[in-house]
Design a protein around this ligand. Structure first.
Ligand SMILES: NC(=O)c1ccc[n+]([C@@H]2O[C@H](COP(=O)([O-])OP(=O)(O)OC[C@H]3O[C@@H](n4cnc5c(N)ncnc54)[C@H](OP(=O)(O)O)[C@@H]3O)[C@@H](O)[C@H]2O)c1
Length: 264
């Protein structure tokens, strides 16, 4: 299916690896000029070159920036004042006990997972509305609606994104601009891959056997009994970015492998 995205420009935050990189690749496959973002210039440049080689008709660009830093965000806006698609993917997470989450940690998670995405949305949304085309997509998590209790500081920020997304969507009435949130379940990013390999380092098993054993022991509610592949999130994000998805407005969109047991 041709997605109608050729020559659009997309900023994907945190796109040097994991889900963000997969989203950038899937968008580039559809002819989108992707702005690759991360904090390490050389790493960003490497991904830009990789995408340029694989999708030579597109013009990927280096958008190196620590998006949590307000001044660096301003510099980014100056360099790239117009985009059609903003994917607020970058987010931090780690398992923490509630007792260990002090005010500093709460604030760090709020600044990193919510305020950075909000700062970018606040700048680009009015331009999208003026242009009568635009897509803002927040990457949350199934933990936004089903906190596991293992990372309260993270879950709260992901729930906030759902609310922010709906509030921003209210500003798009009658416009060909949409704001939505995708909630991936456990996804096989490079980090997750390493963690699984590490857990079974002393076992003579293939990765797929390790993955199966991990799912049975830790995520028995998953209906796919495997990690979601970043490419799957990339393809969904590409569809939501496309003109075919203009009726998705302020929607929480689940791709959790059936982990969330409820209908809604
Ligand atoms: N993996 C999962 O199972 C899973 C499940 C549900 C939801 N999610 C969500 O999906 C998103 C991506 O997760 P992931 O696992 O793919 O992440 P990841 O592999 O840790 O990748 C994070 C990316 O963000 C960049 N980054 C980190 N801090 C940044 C900053 N301040 N400014 C700009 N870039 C920054 C990193 O590059 P540098 O470090 O070089 O800057 C890297 O490119 C997150 O929002 C996460 O909460 C993940």
């Amino acid at each position: 299916m041709e997605m109608g995205l050729t020559n659009k420009t997309a900023l994907v935050t945190g796109s040097t690896k994991g889900i963000g990189k997969a989203i950038a690749i899937e968008l580039a496959k559809e002819g989108v000029d992707v702005l690759i973002n991360g904090r390490d210039y050389e790493e960003v440049e490497r991904i830009v070159n990789e995408i340029k080689t694989d999708f030579p008709t597109t013009s990927p660009q280096n958008a190196r920036c620590d998006i949590v830093d307000i001044q660096q965000r301003e510099d980014l806006f100056e360099k790239y004042p117009h985009i059609d698609i903003l994917v607020n993917n970058m987010g931090i997470y780690e398992i923490m006990q509630y007792e260990d989450v002090d005010d500093e940690v709460w604030e760090k998670y709020f600044r990193t997972n919510v305020l950075a995405a909000n700062g970018l949305s606040k700048f680009y949304l009015p331009k999208m509305l003026n242009n009568d085309f635009g897509r803002i997509i927040f990457i949350a998590s199934e933990e936004a609606i089903m906190p596991s209790g293992q990372m309260p500081q993270y879950c709260m920020t992901k729930s906030m994104l759902l609310s922010l997304s709906k509030s921003l969507s209210k500003l798009t009435i009658g416009k060909e601009v949409t704001v939505n949130t995708i909630m991936p379940g456990p996804t096989l990013s490079e980090n997750v891959h390493q963690i699984i390999e590490g857990l079974y380092a002393d076992k003579d098993m293939t990765f797929s056997e390790k993955e199966k054993e991990f799912m049975t022991a830790n995520l028995p509610q998953s209906e796919i009994q495997r990690f979601i592949r970043p490419t799957e999130i990339g393809r969904l994000t590409t569809f939501v970015s496309s003109p075919y998805a203009s009726a998705f407005k302020g929607a929480p969109i689940r791709m959790d492998g059936g982990l969330v047991p409820t209908i809604f």
